[in-house]
Ligand binder design. Structure first.
Ligand SMILES: [Zn+2]
Length: 163
């Protein structure tokens, strides 16, 4: 019972239960951000069925327009692995990543991206544009969307609540 929709990019490497499990961790990370007054978007990086990095959006906290959950989590994973490329990583995030974050995933040669809520305005993994699988790029990322989507959508209600 795979809750998510699998996009083009070949079969998933992880079992369905793991999508749910790690997305739950990304949602927990987003909630942590909300508690800090941030827009709740969370991400986790998984390698060999183990979570190696996690973070949430920190734009307000760090006064940094590039402090997106995916980018921060990718940076933390690279530091942890002491690697400049992360081809075995699966990146989970509660919100479809923007062009900057998908660009970073491409630079790191991340294999798989899993997200919960699509973003038809800014999403760069099939929502507004499809950068993750652009034919002209040297690397393509497998994209799986819709995992725990309903639950992740409720995060926006937290955002409008008083901190
Ligand atoms: Zn981003």
């Amino acid at each position: 019972m795979l809750a998510g929709r699998e996009a083009v990019g070949g079969p998933a490497r992880l079992r369905p239960v793991n999508y749910e499990l790690y997305m739950a961790e990304a949602i927990a990370e987003a909630r942590r951000g909300a508690e800090e007054g941030e827009t709740p978007i969370g991400a986790v990086a998984v390698l060999d069925d183990a979570m190696i990095a996690r973070d949430h959006r920190r734009i307000l906290l760090q006064r940094d327009p590039t402090a997106h959950a995916v980018l921060l989590t990718l940076q933390a994973a690279a530091r942890k692995l002491d690697a400049k490329r992360l081809p075995e990583i699966t990146l989970f995030t509660t919100h479809e990543p923007c062009a900057m974050c998908v660009g970073a995933l491409l630079e790191a040669q991340v294999r798989t991206l899993v997200y919960a809520v699509p973003d038809m305005e800014r999403g760069a993994a099939g929502g507004a544009v499809q950068l993750a699988r652009a034919p002209g790029m040297p690397h393509q990322i497998s994209v799986i969307s819709g995992v725990r989507e309903d639950e992740a959508r409720k995060l926006s209600a937290i955002a409008s609540a008083p901190a």
